[in-house]
Design a protein around this ligand. Structure first.
Ligand code: C5P
Length: 387
C-alpha cells in the first residue's frame, strides 16, 4: 500500500488532520506525520500518533536511537506528501527555498508529489504575495487543494476553510488511480501558433496562446505519460518533465513531428498552424512604395494530415475552431484526416482562458463538455480520449 506523509502546519484547522489520518488509515494507507511546532499548540502529537500508530516527528534535532538521517529517509519513504492544513507561512517558505524545520526540510528534500491543502483567514488567502508564491510553486509541479467557502475561525463567512476531509482523501486516492493510466505512453503534442516569415520584421500568423496545448501536455504528464511538446512562439514557460521543442514556422513544426512520429503512441495536434507561408522571404525589410503590395502565398503542409498518412499504431487527435457549422465541419475534418477524435470549439473562445468544446470520436459519437477554464478542460479531454 502507498505511503502518505502528512504534514500538519499551524492553522486552526490542524485539529481536522486527526480525521484525515483516520480516514487514510481506514483506506489502508501507511501514514506518517510531521507537525510544525505551531501545529502542536493546536492539537497534540499524542492524538495524531495514536491515530497514525507511529511516532509523530516535529523536531529536527530530537535524540533518537537509529542513525538514519531522518529528513532524508522520510522524504524518500513518501509516495505522496499531503500538507493539511497548509498555512501562508509554509507556502512562503517552500516557494523561497527556506527549509528551517522538519516539515519544510522534508518537502524540499523529496521528489514525491506534494499536495498543499490551503486553510487560512480570507485576507491572507487573497494576499498577493501568497498568490504569487502559489503560481510559482504550480510551475514547479506542486499541487494545490483550494479552500472551501464557509464559516471561518475568525468569525466570517468566506473562503479559507480547509476542504472537507473526505474530499481531501478522495484527491489522494484519485492521485494514485489516475497516476497510472498513461504510464508507458509516449505523446507528441503540437501547440501555439506558427510564424511564417515575410521579412526580418514581419510574419503571418494565427491567434493562439498555446494554453490549451500546454494544459493538455501537463495533464498527460500527470497521468504518467512521456510528453514531447512542439511549441510555436508563445509566452508560456517550459514546464518540468515536458520535453519542449520551440519552433517558429509550420515547416519547422512539421520537421520535428516527422522526427518523432514513429516513436509515439498518441499525437495531439492543438497547434494553430498557418495554412500558407509567403512564397518569397526577403532578407531585407520590404520597403513601402506607392500602390498595393501583392504577396504570393504557398501552402504549408497540413501536419496532422501528413501524420495520418504515416499512421500505424498511433492514435490521432485533432482540434478545430470554426465560426459556423461547428459539428459538420469538425466531422468532415475527422474523416479527411483519419482521426480518432476531434475536439471542436467555436472561434469565440480563441485567446480566452475558458473554452467550451465538443469531442467527436471516430464512431461519430459526440460529447458536449461544459464551458470551463482550459486548465480543467485538459483533464476532461485527456480522460475522454483515453476511455
Ligand atoms: O486548420 P484545420 O481546421 O484543418 O485544423 C484542424 C487540425 O489540423 C488541428 O488539429 C490543427 O492542429 C491541424 N493542422 C495541422 N497543420 C495545418 C493545419 C491544421 O496540423 N497546416
Amino acid at each position: 500500500m502507498k505511503n502518505i506523509l502528512l504534514g500538519v502546519s499551524g492553522g486552526i484547522a490542524a485539529y481536522k488532520s486527526a480525521n484525515i489520518i483516520s480516514k487514510l488509515k481506514k483506506k489502508g494507507y501507511n501514514v506518517r506525520v510531521i507537525m510544525t511546532k505551531n501545529a502542536t499548540e493546536i492539537i497534540t502529537p499524542l492524538t495524531l500518533e495514536t491515530l497514525a500508530r507511529d511516532r509523530v516527528v516535529v523536531d529536527m534535532w530530537e535524540k533518537k536511537y537509529n542513525y538514519d538521517v531522518e529528513h532524508i529517509s522520510l522524504a524518500d519513504w513518501a509516495d505522496l506528501i499531503l500538507v493539511a492544513p497548509t498555512t501562508l507561512n509554509i507556502i512562503g517558505k517552500i516557494a523561497n527555498g527556506i527549509a528551517d524545520d522538519m516539515l519544510t526540510t522534508v518537502i524540499s528534500a523529496s521528489k514525491a508529489p506534494v499536495y498543499f491543502a490551503l486553510a487560512m483567514n480570507v485576507n491572507m488567502y487573497e494576499n498577493p504575495i501568497l498568490i504569487e508564491n502559489i503560481t510559482k510553486l504550480k510551475k514547479f509541479g506542486y499541487n494545490f487543494i483550494e479552500s472551501d467557502e464557509g464559516f471561518l475561525a475568525c468569525n466570517v463567512n468566506a473562503k479559507g476553510r480547509l476542504k472537507d476531509e473526505e474530499e481531501i482523501v478522495k484527491i489522494v486516492e484519485n492521485h494514485f488511480t489516475k497516476e497510472n493510466f498513461l504510464i508507458g505512453k509516449k505523446i507528441l503534442i503540437t501547440a501555439g501558433p506558427t510564424e511564417e516569415r515575410l521579412d526580418p520584421i514581419r510574419f503571418l500568423s494565427n491567434h493562439s496562446t498555446g494554453k490549451m496545448g500546454y494544459a493538455i501536455a501537463k495533464k498527460c504528464v500527470e497521468f504518467g505519460a512521456e510528453v514531447i511538446l512542439i511549441s510555436g512562439p508563445t509566452n508560456l514557460e517550459n514546464q518540468n518533465n515536458i520535453e519542449t521543442i520551440r519552433v517558429k514556422s509550420a515547416l519547422e513544426m512539421y520537421d520535428e513531428c516527422l522526427k518523432h512520429f514513429s516513436k509515439i503512441d498518441i499525437f495531439i495536434s492543438t497547434a494553430a498552424v498557418a495554412d500558407y507561408r509567403p512564397k518569397v522571404t526577403s532578407d531585407k525589410k520590404i520597403k513601402k512604395s506607392e500602390g498595393n503590395l501583392i504577396i504570393e502565398l504557398e501552402r504549408n503542409p497540413d501536419i496532422l494530415l501528413e501524420m495520418s498518412k504515416l499512421k500505424e499504431h498511433q492514435k490521432l487527435i485533432g482540434f478545430c475552431a470554426e465560426s459556423e457549422n461547428l459539428i459538420e465541419n469538425a466531422m468532415g475534418k475527422l474523416k479527411r484526416k483519419n482521426l480518432d477524435f476531434i475536439v471542436a470549439n467555436s472561434v469565440e473562445y480563441f485567446s480566452k482562458d475558458n473554452n467550451k468544446v465538443f469531442i467527436i470520436s471516430k464512431d461519430e459519437s459526440i460529447k458536449e463538455l461544459e464551458e470551463m477554464p482550459k486548465e480543467y478542460l485538459a483533464e476532461f479531454i485527456v480522460k475522454s480520449i483515453v476511455k
